[in-house]
Design a protein around this ligand. Sequence first.
Ligand code: SAM
Length: 301
Amino acid sequence: MQRYLVAMQTQHRVILGSSQKMSELGDGCVQLMVTSPPYPMIAMWDELFCKADPKIAELFRELNSDGGEETVRQIYTAMHEYLAKVWQETYRVLCDGGIACINIGDATRTINGKFQLYPNHSRITEVCEKIGFTTLPYILWKKPTNKPSYKGKGAFLGSGFLPPNAYVTMDCEFILLFRKGKLRKFPPKDALRYESAFTKVQRDKWFSQIWAFKGTRQTNSELERRTAAYPDEIAERLIRMFSVKGELVLDPFLGSGTTTKIAMQNERCSVGYETDPNLFPVITKKIGKTRLGINLEIIKR
Ligand SMILES: C[S@@+](CC[C@H](N)C(=O)[O-])C[C@H]1O[C@@H](n2cnc3c(N)ncnc32)[C@H](O)[C@@H]1O
């Protein structure tokens, strides 16, 4: 088995445009997708969904005037239809056996006096299964919560200490895992695959269902906070669990560029899509412009 003593040359592309059409990528050319989309029904993403789809903006206007539950259902569905176009494109560009990892949180929201859960993780699972993905066991990312506090304020919602009207606190996000087609096949003793092996300690930790760690959330700038960047650790684990050195990792919702940065550090190639032009300086700052053995191309559509 050949050993690689120097860091391998990798290629990276950041494409400033929508991943609903990834015309830069041929069928089957990506081995792994790692991403976190805008979360449907979380208020901070309403504006993005409204700008991206005028039908959603129109439904919000209707909601303000009629307050109907049917309109809320239509908004929720339309937001997932927006994301579904990206899951469909991801399916096309993934190779046979390629893995898709989607970090998503469910949403809770009170609209016109009605509090309810919007289970984004189950809606995405249904959509991905319809597209043809095989659903794999998922990971729960348990995030630290605020300390419980008195009179129902703080971490716990609802009616304080009196049954039955209090709500369970949501302190987990999902990392959904899907595969396209059958298991990937490799030649025996494939050198790069062996180079990419993880240790037993890593295997035991990374392949357990609950990941409990503090988000090393990026707090460099207001703009970066608004992208809701995931911690480097999430991208690092997923890239090392599900790809081999030199392979191509896609992030169709690149945000501040975390996936690209971690792919670079782990000798994977990468391609990321981002629609918000305000994030470009954030991305270039995060990934660093020039590094030895790294070829970075920024493509404006
Ligand atoms: C939750 S953030 C991603 C955060 C990222 N994981 C990070 O660590 O910085 C989602 C991003 O998707 C971008 N986005 C939304 N729709 C898009 C589309 N159709 N194509 C590409 N990017 C899109 C948004 O502008 C936003 O920056």
